[in-house]
Design a protein. Structure first.
Length: 133
């Protein structure tokens, strides 16, 4: 298919957006992440731009978190150093859940006089940020 861009700002952002997908495949080392899943008894499922998805046993979650963070979060001095800022550094967030939606469980604050005031869909199995204790 053909993508037609009518908005100037969208057109200017199109190529950098494409580049980010390719850059993240190099920076994030998907082969190493896939190996990390396997080493911890899990399964690497997919990479979508700068996100990885996979399954990992609960018992291995802390060890997997620590090992995968070392792969993803690191400095890239070869990309140059900005004075008073330092080298380029990739950072990572870690979430757990059974689906892509954000986790939300309705609480008392989601209702007023028995009427739901919260515009979020209840999703108790959705993603939530996670760190070992």
């Amino acid at each position: 298919g053909v993508r037609t861009l009518l908005d100037r700002e969208e057109a200017l952002a199109f190529i950098p957006q494409s580049d980010v997908a390719f850059m993240s495949k190099v920076i994030m080392r998907p082969e190493e992440i896939e190996g990390c899943f396997a080493k911890h008894g899990g399964e690497f499922l997919l990479q979508n731009h700068d996100e990885f998805a996979g399954r990992i046993p609960k018992a291995a979650l802390t060890d997997f978190y620590l090992a995968s963070k070392k792969i993803i979060e690191r400095e890239f001095p070869e990309l140059g150093v900005i004075p008073e800022f330092g080298p380029f550094v990739s950072r990572g967030d870690f979430s757990v859940g059974w689906n892509w939606g954000k986790q939300h469980v309705h609480e008392a604050k989601c209702f007023k006089e028995g009427v739901q005031t919260c515009d979020k869909m209840e999703n108790p199995n959705g993603l939530k940020e996670w760190q070992p204790e």
